[in-house]
Ligand binder design. Structure first.
Ligand code: NAP
Length: 334
């Protein structure tokens, strides 16, 4: 293997730190690893000391993969700097929501739709954390049985809201959530639209349809924040196009890529067990007619963010010969 890529991680928060850890753990071919944030300082991330640089256009000189994990929105890192990174030759992989529904941008969970990366124009988007674990489990059911309808309720960890969310659980911070999180369950993540759905719920609807290439799939989410540190849980009800047997559902889930399933329908994975595991754990599988119900849990900072982003980078890096320049990778560039 040649010397590797120059990679920039933008954001030194919870996801930024997991990105560093996953690049190392998965042995991504690195020539140089830069960490950029709002301010320059020396920081220890995943046990490694970095001279964190300021995220500004010049910081992307020579960068081949820019993994964004800063804030979202007009003043956020990706909107401000993604084009700057691309114009300097980088491929951007964004963890935020700014580009996810752009028809020009592939929204990718590699176990489900890695092929959509072929058409990238310099940016690939990582889906919302709750969406990722949902589609990893839905995709094999869709392929085998066809999907008619999905109803999902989430139980989401505070680390999904970044360092501020963790500070709220551990005490001392009151502005991270709309109501106190300690000893509570808050069925409101993000703002509420005129249709009554929250932004988190809309992400789950729209992103799932895009990733699964099922634009009309009825998806009915309820997203709830609970006082768990890390690991999102979901209770999922799926209607399939034909009646199914429990045994065939267990068989499909048992071999599904990215899914960790013991084969015992009664297993009940929990967030404490899922934290640190890069796969999506499934349990409590029940079947009646054409309805499948199950529970799934995943580390929102790993498969829900960093692991998925690094998998995308691996796909892009492995899909062309040599590692000297990512600018020759897959498809047209912006
Ligand atoms: N947490 C999750 O489970 C999760 C899952 C999927 C996706 N995401 C997305 O990933 C992103 C990061 O989330 P997080 O949980 O890591 O948040 P976080 O812990 O709050 O950290 C945010 C980091 O972004 C940096 N940042 C903010 N604005 C920036 C800018 N304009 N330029 C450069 N850096 C900037 C901050 O820099 P300073 O340190 O200098 O302040 C901080 O290091 C968000 O878009 C989030 O929606 C999060």
């Amino acid at each position: 293997m040649p010397e590797g890529y120059t990679v920039a991680v933008v954001g030194a928060g919870l996801v930024g730190e997991r990105l560093v850890a996953e690049l190392r753990r998965r042995d991504f071919p690195l020539k140089e690893l830069r960490v950029l944030a709002r301010s320059a300082r020396s920081s220890v991330l995943a046990g490694e000391t970095f001279e964190v640089g300021v995220a500004e256009p010049e910081a992307f000189e020579g960068v081949e993969f820019a993994l964004f994990a800063g804030t979202e929105g007009e003043k956020g890192a990706a909107v401000q700097l993604a084009r700057e990174a691309i114009s300097r030759g980088a491929i951007v992989i964004d963890n935020g929501s700014d580009f996810r529904l752009d028809p020009e941008v592939p929204l990718v969970v590699p176990e489900v739709n890695a092929e959509s990366l072929e058409a990238h124009k310099g940016v690939a988007a990582n889906p919302n954390c709750s969406t990722i674990q949902l589609v990893v489990t839905l995709a094999p059911l869709a392929r085998e049985f066809g999907l008619k309808k999905v109803v999902v309720s989430t139980y989401q960890a505070v680390s999904g809201a970044g360092r501020g969310g963790v500070e709220a659980l551990e005490g001392g911070r009151e502005d991270a959530f709309p109501k106190p999180i300690v000893g509570n369950a808050i069925p409101l993540i993000g703002g509420v639209g005129e249709d009554g759905y929250t932004t988190e719920e809309k992400k789950m609807k729209e992103e799932s349809r895009k990733i699964l290439s099922l634009p009309d799939l009825p998806v009915f989410p309820t997203a709830v924040r609970i006082p768990v540190h890390t690991g999102h849980s979901e209770s999922v009800y799926v209607e399939t196009e034909r009646d199914v047997d429990l045994s065939e559902v267990l068989e499909v889930l048992g071999v599904a890529p990215g899914v960790s399933f013991s084969g015992d329908a009664a297993d009940y994975p929990t967030p404490l067990e899922a934290a640190g595991d890069p796969k999506v754990s499934v349990g409590r599988v029940r079947v009646e007619g054409n309805a499948i119900e199950y529970w799934c849990v995943s580390d929102n900072l790993l498969k829900g963010a960093a692991t998925n982003a690094v998998q995308i980078a691996e796909y892009l890096a492995g899909a062309h010969s040599g590692v000297t320049s990512a600018s020759g990778a897959l498809g047209a560039r912006a």
